[in-house]
Design a protein around this ligand. Sequence first.
Ligand SMILES: [Zn+2]
Length: 87
Amino acid sequence: MLGCNECQVGKMSLSYITYMTWLGEEMVMVPDFPAWVCDVCGRREYDQLAMARLSMLLNSEAGKPVSRPRTIHPVKGHKSARPNVSD
Ligand SMILES: [Zn+2]
């Protein structure tokens, strides 16, 4: 029986939750994902094997790095330089 590391009194029991994660800018929901949930404080610990499988699945599906900072290309506008207007 797994004890809870958070509250020290609860017991972790296996239940199936909907795991949500971000894949780039898309939210991915994984229903029926195995997680150990504390019956006292509600702390969740995800099954390591399931996590590994999930990340493998997501990586193969995406085929691109999860968090890539969006590069902004500044548009070079041709501002018409006004000739010096003097009174
Ligand atoms: Zn707990």
